[in-house]
Design a binder for this molecule. Structure first.
Ligand code: ATP
Length: 230
């Protein structure tokens, strides 16, 4: 059985159609890159998968044993908030139904230590988030998603506004993580997608999925698709 299956999904914001009849099957160890221009529905699709948006039509079926980790766009993150890296990552252990004054357990802290070790960011643990570079903050948000030990990792533009070295470092980390988990990543960065993912999907309200083999050029597909989709 697929870990996640999307069937005929459509989403409107009031009268605006953001996603139109999306179909996608996601299996163990898939690494899927979703590319599309601004406003094509990439974030809407990820938010539908994590249940933040209720679809008007269609279904998203998730294997009940599957845990999903979500790494939001880091531009949406308030970097001026006075909080340490350790506490940001610890917040990833909060249960969805947590109450005010929730007390973390030692086990929660152990999960943070595990994620910090995994991403080799021990040296950042006591820093405040406003002291981090973009690439460091991205790794912290990744560690925050890893504390739940997810089966599927969803990432929204994980390399946006990073320099080439930082981008490469994030992609290397994702390739390593993909050995043990499924990855779905949204990005504008077609070149990086081409070199890293196993499948790519072109999204512009509707979506087409392709295997990423040597002969396929995502630029070609994206252009074809956008021309046809208009
Ligand atoms: N809460 C909302 N209310 C109304 N319209 C929205 C809302 N959120 C998104 N939209 C619209 O839905 C469309 C898809 O938005 P979405 O954020 O999913 O696109 P995206 O591909 O992630 O864009 P970007 O690459 O700029 O992040 C856009 O036209 C956007 O303006």
């Amino acid at each position: 059985m697929a870990l996640l299956e999307i069937k005929n999904l459509s989403v409107h914001y009031n009268n605006y159609l953001a996603l139109d009849n999306i179909n996608l099957e996601v299996n163990k160890n898939d690494y899927i890159g979703i590319i599309g221009p601004n406003g094509s529905g990439k974030t809407t699709l990820l938010k539908s998968i994590i249940g933040d948006i209720t679809p008007d039509k269609g279904k998203i079926m998730i294997d009940p044993n599957v845990i999903i980790g979500y790494v939001p766009q880091f531009s949406t993150f308030n970097r001026d908030f006075p909080i340490t890296v350790f506490d940001v990552i610890l917040s990833g252990t909060l249960p969805s139904d947590y109450k005010l004054f929730y007390r973390y357990k030692q086990n929660d802290r152990n999960k943070v230590i595990f994620a910090i070790d995994k991403l080799k960011i021990n040296y950042l643990a006591n820093k405040r988030i406003n002291q981090l570079s973009g690439g460091q903050l991205q790794k912290v948000l990744l560690a925050r998603a890893l504390v739940t030990n997810p089966d599927i990792l969803l990432l929204d533009e994980p390399t946006a506004s990073l320099d080439t070295d930082a981008k490469e470092e994030i992609y290397n980390i994702l390739t390593t993580l993909n050995k043990e988990m499924t990855i779905i990543m949204v990005s504008h960065d077609i070149g990086m997608i081409k070199h890293n993912v196993k499948k790519f999907a072109c999204l512009n309200k509707t979506m087409h999925v392709h295997d990423n083999d040597e002969t396929i050029d995502p630029w070609h597909f994206q252009n074809l698709f956008y021309t046809k989709g208009k």
